[in-house]
Every structure is written in C-alpha cells, then in structure tokens.
Design a protein around this ligand. Structure first.
Ligand code: GLA
Length: 412
C-alpha cells in the first residue's frame, strides 16, 4: 500500500496541504508509549462507573501508578443517546462522566474514552459521524485526556456506501475521517492522546502521524491466547522505523493476566495464559515500544501477574527515551531473537521459545555474532533479576513460550 502513501502525498501537494498544514505543531503527548489500563479486554460490555473507579483505585493501591501506569481508558459501551441539539449523553452505566473524570484526576491519573468515526461503534452504540466537533468538545468539557477512535461502522456506512467499487477512494475517506477528528480534538485546546484503531488498514504507520495520531493499531483484535499474541508479535517485524516519540505502533492492548473460556455449558472453563506466556507477551510489547495498557481485572490479579506488570526493568525498556522499537535479528527453528537499541548505547536482547521446552539435552545456542556482538557480554537477566554473561553460541534452556530478556549496558 505504499502506492497509496504516494497518492496521499500527491494529494497533499495538489491541494489539501493547506488543510493538513492547519494542524498546529505536533503535540508533546505520548513522548514515550502511553501506559495505563483499558476496560475492553476483560470487561467488554460490563464496564461501568464503578468498574472504572475501582480500576483507578487499584492502579494506585497495587503500585502500578508508581510504576508508570497513568491512563484509565473506558472502551466501547458507555455511549447513550443524542439530545435534540445533537449532544451525546453517556448511558445509565455512567451517570456523571465529569464527576468520574474528576475522581480519576484526583488520583493523579488520566481518563480515556472511545468512539468511532462511523454512525455506530463496533458494539453498536452511538458513533461520532457528523458530530465530530460536538463530541470533541464534550470530551474536553468532561476533562478527557485520551481518545481511541475505532473505524467500525464507518466501513459500511461511509466507505463502501460512498465508493462501492473504489478501494483507493474508500481509503481516502478513512484518512479524512481520522484527520477530521484530529482537527476537532486540537480545536478544543485540551491535549488529548489520539489513538487510531482501524486494524492497520492501508499501512496506517505510513500516514498516522500526518493525521495527528499518537498511536495506531497495527493489527486486528488481540485474544487472550498464545497463538494470537505470537502471531501479532510476528506481524510487527518491519514496522520499527515508523515508531518514535509521540507516534507509536500499537499491537493492541495487553492480555497479561487474562485467559479464554473453553467448552460449553457446565464443562466450560477458563484457560489462563501461563506465566511464561504473560512474561513473553509483556516483554515483547516492551521491546516493541508498544503502549502498555493493562487489560485485566486489576482488583483480582495474582501476585505473579502484578509482578509481571510492574517489572521496572522491563517497563524501562518500553519507556526508553530514544523510542527505537525492537527488530527481529533472526529466527532459528521455533526460537526468535529480537534486539532493541536503548539510550546510552545499551541494548536489550530477547530470546523467545515458541516451541516445546528446550532442555539441556537440546538447548538453544545463541549466536552473538548474528547480533553483531563480539566476545562475552555482561548484562542483567530482567526476569531473574540477576547478572548474566552471554557468550557466543552459549546453550540456553528456555521453557515453552518463555523468554530470556537481557539488558546489556555496554554491548561490544
Ligand atoms: C473493536 C476494537 C476493540 C474494541 C472493540 C469494542 O473490535 O478493535 O479493541 O475497542 O471494538 O467494541
């Protein structure tokens, strides 16, 4: 879809440059990937005022706020009806959104909200089509700090309705819709993080920054299971160059601490992600400089899950000020090696075992040469919390779906 980027640039130079140029100086928001919590992955439709307040309380009481989690984001299903003036009201689950924002702010946290450029959201609640300015002003009046803007019904109601046989025209409509909301948000004068959610369509990483996006989803919806997490991870290879301070690739919100229901009726049961899977998921989202939006029930998490979400060394990789996303250095069978360059010349190395356990009988042999490193490398194993020295071709035992994550302060 590079072709479209060329068209976009051509269109800009041909006329709409003036329109885009009206965007004020890029905001200082999201200089590091946003961190916080979002209601969707665990609560889905069951989010309400109480759930959001409890999530805010839990961010503080668990120490997550101190570890850097700031945004408390309400996802879909908060929306009610528009009144005679077109002003949207929250539904009965959210009796007073301004009071909720005040509460969240009183904890030193920020409040995020969700909408769609279409007539309806993905869960079929009211979207912002033809009410963009009004909605942006409403968010600002409530004290909202973050908007996730999800394509949803804009696809059928506008893109295919207006340009049924012209994919390029459909994409232009989509880009224009995201641009329109950006301008509406900026016009409020209230800084809000702008999160695009259109599943990575039309190589959004190539044009997201031009419509003011601080982050953009690069994939379809994540699921709380290894196959989903691992395939999303692999889709990120090649996207590193598009991320940086203020504008991030978003491989979707965290599923750490979640699981999926298997079976029906009385036999139905939850299959949680294993601790190894939670560790690998969290580590790799940090390596990818991804937004770290916890998606679990913060009021009922195990100490092990909390320890994963608050591992300061791993969070520091995510939040590294250079904002250089990791790249996949090489894969060998079912093992992948990713590296990330960090401020001060440091380097993070992740070795993921996507296959079955690797025991001492057939350990994985890490090639430092393939990472451009020479001789023993002293560093820290960020999950063991211990010093480690990596040597060329060293044998590594890594359990299935687990990870070795090492920070090397002075790679040679
Ligand atoms: C889409 C998004 C999800 C979530 C739901 C809500 O599927 O990709 O992240 O916001 O909509 O309906």
């Amino acid at each position: 879809m590079r072709h479209f980027a060329a068209l976009f640039v051509a269109a800009l130079t041909a006329g709409s440059l003036a329109a885009i140029a009206q965007h004020p100086v890029p905001s200082q928001a999201a200089q590091t990937p946003p961190m916080g919590w979002n209601s969707w992955n665990y609560f889905h439709h069951n989010v309400d005022d109480q759930v959001v307040r409890q999530a805010a309380d839990a961010l503080v009481s668990t120490g997550m706020k101190d570890a850097g989690y700031v945004y408390v984001n309400i996802d879909d299903t908060w929306e009610g009806d528009r009144d005679a003036n077109g002003v949207l009201h929250a539904n009965s689950k959210f009796p007073d959104m301004k009071a909720l924002a005040d509460y969240v702010h009183s904890k030193g946290l920020k409040l995020g909200i969700y909408s769609s450029p279409g007539p309806q959201t993905c869960a079929r609640f009211a979207g912002s089509l033809d009410h963009e300015t009004q909605d942006a002003q409403l968010y600002a009046s409530w004290g909202i700090d973050y908007l996730k803007y999800d394509l949803c019904t804009f696809r059928t109601a506008v893109m295919t309705a207006q340009a049924p046989d012209d994919k390029a025209a459909q994409m232009r409509l989509m880009v224009a819709a995201y641009d329109k909301m950006d301008k509406a948000l900026k016009a409020t004068g209230r800084p809000m993080v702008y999160s695009l959610c259109q599943y990575g369509w039309d190589a959004v990483w190539e044009w997201g920054p031009q419509v003011g996006a601080n982050l953009w989803r690069t994939t379809g919806d994540i699921q709380p299971e290894w196959q989903s997490i691992y395939s999303i991870l692999n889709e990120q290879a090649g996207l590193a160059k598009y991320a940086g301070p203020g504008h991030w690739n978003d491989p979707d919100m965290l599923e750490v601490g979640n699981g999926r229901m298997v079976g029906n009726g009385p036999g139905a049961h939850l299959v949680p992600l294993t601790l190894a899977e939670n560790r690998t998921h969290f580590s790799m989202w940090a390596m990818l400089a991804a937004p770290l939006l916890a998606g679990n029930d913060l009021t009922h998490m195990t100490p092990e899950v909390l320890a994963i979400l608050t591992n300061r060394d791993v969070i520091a990789i995510d939040q590294d000020r250079l904002g250089h996303e990791a790249t996949r250095a090489y894969s060998d069978g079912e093992v992948d090696v990713w590296t990330r360059h960090l401020a001060g010349g440091a380097m993070a190395i992740a070795v993921i075992n996507a296959g079955s356990d690797r025991y001492s009988t057939h350990p994985f042999h890490l090639s430092l040469a393939k990472l451009g490193l020479h001789g023993p490398q002293k560093g820290k194993d960020l999950w063991e919390g211990k010093e480690i020295t990596l040597t060329d071709d060293m044998p590594l035992e890594i359990a299935s779906h687990d990870i070795l994550l090492v920070r090397i302060p002075s790679p040679k």
